[in-house]
Design a protein around this ligand. Sequence first.
Ligand code: NDP
Length: 489
Amino acid sequence: MAELARGLGVTTVDWEYAPAPESRDVVTIKREYGLFLDGEFAEPKEGGHFTTLNPATEEPLATVAEAGPADVDRAVAAARRAYEQTWGAMPGRERAKYLYRVARLLQERAREFAVLESLDNGKPIKESRDVDVPLAAAHFFYHAGWADKLSYAGFGPAPRPLGVAGQVIPWNFPLLMAAWKLAPALATGNTCVLKPAETTPLTALLLAEVIQEAGLPPGTVNILTGDGATGRELVAHPGLDKIAFTGSTEVGKEIQRAIAGSGKRLTLELGGKAANVVFDDAALDQAVEGIVNGIFFNQGHVCCAGSRLLVQESIADTLSERLRQRLTTLRLGDPLDKNTDIGAINSRQQLDKIESLAAAGQDEGAQRWSPPCRLPEKGYWFPPTVFSGVSQSHRIAREEIFGPVLSVLTFRTPDEAVAKANNTPYGLSAGVWTEKGSRILWMARRLRAGVVWANTYNRFDPSSPFGGYQESGFGREGGRAGLAAYLNA
Ligand code: NDP
């Protein structure tokens, strides 16, 4: 366009985006937060407090209580009481009313939630505003709809809840993961003790306020902030009937060992190393958007991220060129700026992990490329990065980086694409880009992944079950299948 304009003798302008910051003032962050226990905020019995930071600036946001073993006891006892006396005994149509109320309050307070999520997590406001918060509300709406229809869901005439669920969630989608865990558990009549991640506790605590405001019976939802030790204490508690965990494969395995033989039901939503497969007949510009969304959405802190791009050899150069052009247009910076595409990395620890795996990629001989991009001086940042010349044995093709890093591999035939895509210990998701419907179905049958997206990527809906195979875990969240994980059916 600029060349055309010059040719026509028209003066061109280099467009700069003016800052478009969302207001921080829409949310009040307290200086200190307690635990949410039995319907009230309470001080921890024995644990201390920790500070949660804004990863974009390293500025402390608030001090948060750290739950110890006595607090876990209190929370599980409160959840048991609520299960036996109020929530568990309530007809589904009554439970539904509370869940609809939570959903509507989330919508009413959406801006507050979005700003708080971006401050505590580092993700761009346009993602927390357009994805995390609306999807969290959608999960409550969707499951509210199921609460009075469980007898018709195909689990027998009167499926029973499991009891008390212990739920441990990660930092990449703090509010959304809380909704994924709480909504189905509550709709099916269970009560919950939820532990958010240490680096991102604030939106779960705001959700606790919403739960209070919605008038859920005390003890139905308890929120215990803390670190891995609190999580370990919770999952080992003998008073639980069910554990639901999302996080690393390593911790998932530890939990499996810890509860073996206890009779607790378990669902694990773990890591991934998904293949995003682009055939030579794909609509390339659309595929480029899907690749960018697949790996750079949420700074790549996504368990189903399309972190391995498998591209058919005949179009590899063209696709790579278009991808690079597209990446030069991404804007990295202030998560609260509405124009920002790439926000901050959630923690120093995660940044160290991304840096060390990227260094391993270079050491093993892959070619590293990033668009010109100035990183802010304070905070935790990593530029969008693409590795080409990657072979299947490289660590960056095998290990979950959980950052904005794409590994590009090539293939010649559909069989080779399937073999390479499935050459991973994980099995959470995959993407296929082709104009042929028959090829999509052929691929979907062969890809060992819980979710296969066709000509799109990273699309989520509460009615669509999500979950993995192999080291990506087991059990499904969302849809009818997700209800089964909380029912004695
Ligand atoms: P973790 O698996 O350690 O954390 C997930 C949650 O589990 C957090 O709430 C954590 O607490 C808690 N936790 C930690 N240890 C235990 C334990 N022994 N028993 C019970 N709960 C526990 O993930 P990390 O945050 O350490 O991230 C490490 C790597 O894991 C990432 O680099 C990424 O590769 C992967 N990951 C994958 C996710 C996914 O969705 N698949 C999500 C997050 C991470 P706390 O954080 O407070 O210590």
